[in-house]
Design a protein around this ligand. Structure first.
Ligand SMILES: *Cc1c(COP(=O)(O)O)cnc(C)c1O
Length: 395
């Protein structure tokens, strides 16, 4: 057989187990229309209901009427005043000196790490970090990748000591090795938080740079949704903050926030900015409106947390194990892979969309249904969801 034929045959065999995702024929509100029926949206990351918010729609529509759709490559002819306005408003919201917006948090993680690290530098990473961080570290070409056990601060310190030994030998050009500690802010499978106060303390002690990917914390954690760094009272003490505009902000795009020197350097050097497209006009305007709404009022974030309290209490009263989440991610633990799949299918038939999370996304025997709470749920929606879980598990 020809190599090319064999190649395509191998591809077909490798994707045999792949199940295409459900197709949605509505907007991403509290309910999704799937197979013609409305289903309670219990598993998207639209924490604040912005995906269908009238104010974001209007901002996007108005900007589109004025400026059209496409922008361009930032450094060539694509930097629009709305991009600069969005970056200024994100920096103000987060209390950082500057911010840079890219097309996704995936790209922002790649830019954040790849642009500042050379092959000889050292990365110290939490074992459960998001795939985009793992890919970003690979892209940087860094050889010394030290991984500490999830949220284990004694292990982080051991890795910092290991890094200190490696640092005794300078780089070929005589400069010192940089050490970057990188972690998710919110871990999305269990909803737990990175122990940032201790990470920042250890970073100071061992002269390391810190980076937090707060994709699930922006718009959710901290005062009015200012993120996990704000939640821990550490504003200004984490070197690099990466956020997503696709989760609570419900648009698309990612950002890096930090000191002037850092953002200016990324603006000049980040390949993800130089060689990839900027956000479109409607995306930029909608994201800008989302930040404006959060900057102005804490009501939506409060509504989200009221729903979190209500649902957590409801699940606990029904006797479910909901783990140790500190965020609006509620892992409803079911243990067995098949049980999780079965419960999810029953929920679906009962009008609730909540996908099972199974191995290899989580360890074997810890299968769960991950419920993600949204401010867009009414009390009736929450009750409906709880009742469906009760029926699906025969409680
Ligand atoms: C979702 C997510 C990303 C990717 O965000 P996009 O903006 O969709 O690229 C990165 N990091 C973490 C921790 C995430 O949860």
């Amino acid at each position: 057989m020809k190599t090319t034929d064999e190649f395509y045959q191998k591809l077909s065999e490798a994707e045999k187990g792949y199940k295409p995702p459900r197709v949605i024929t509505s907007g991403q509100g509290a309910y999704l229309t799937i197979d013609g029926q409305p289903r309670l949206n219990f598993c998207s990351s639209h924490y604040l209901g912005f995906a269908v918010d009238a104010r974001l729609r209007q901002a996007a529509t108005e900007a589109m009427a004025k400026y059209g759709i496409g922008t361009g490559y930032r450094t060539l002819a694509g930097t629009h005043e709305l991009h600069l306005e969005l970056e200024r408003s994100i920096a103000k919201f987060k209390g950082t000196q500057g911010a840079m917006v890219l097309s996704s948090a995936y790209a922002a993680n790649a830019a954040a790490i790849q642009t500042i690290l050379g092959k000889e530098d050292i990365v110290i990473s939490d074992a459960l970090n998001h795939a985009s961080i793992i890919d970003a570290v690979r892209l940087s070409g860094v050889k010394q990748k030290l991984v500490y056990a999830h949220a284990d601060m004694a292990d982080l310190e051991a890795k910092l000591q290991e890094a200190a030994e490696l640092r005794a030998t300078p780089k070929a050009d005589g400069s010192a090795l940089l050490v970057l500690i990188v972690t998710d802010g919110v871990f999305s499978m269990d909803g737990d938080l990175a122990p940032l106060p201790r990470i920042v303390e250890l970073a100071k002690q061992y002269d390391a740079i810190t980076m937090v990917d707060d994709a699930h914390g922006e718009g959710v954690m901290g005062k009015g949704g200012r993120g996990v760094v704000d939640h821990f009272g550490l504003v200004g003490q984490v070197d690099i903050e990466v956020g997503s505009l696709s989760k609570a902000f419900s648009v698309m795009g990612g950002f890096i926030a930090g000191r002037h020197e850092l953002i200016n350097f990324y603006n000049a050097k980040a390949r993800q900015r130089l060689f990839s497209i900027a956000l479109t006009i409607p995306d930029t305007a909608a994201a800008l409106e989302a930040v404006r709404i959060l900057d102005e009022s804490q009501d939506l974030v409060q509504k989200l947390w009221d729903n979190v309290d209500y649902l957590r209490k409801g699940f606990t009263e029904l006797g479910f194990d909901i783990g140790h989440s500190e965020t609006p991610i509620i892992p409803v633990m079911l243990g067995d892979e098949d049980t999780a799949r079965e419960v999810s299918a029953k929920l679906f038939d009962d009008g609730v969309f909540a996908t099972p999370i199974v191995f290899p996304m989580v360890p074997k025997g810890t299968a769960r249904i991950r419920v993600i709470v949204s401010a867009s749920f009414s009390r009736e929606d929450c009750d409906k969801g709880l009742a469906a879980f009760k029926r699906a598990t025969g409680r």
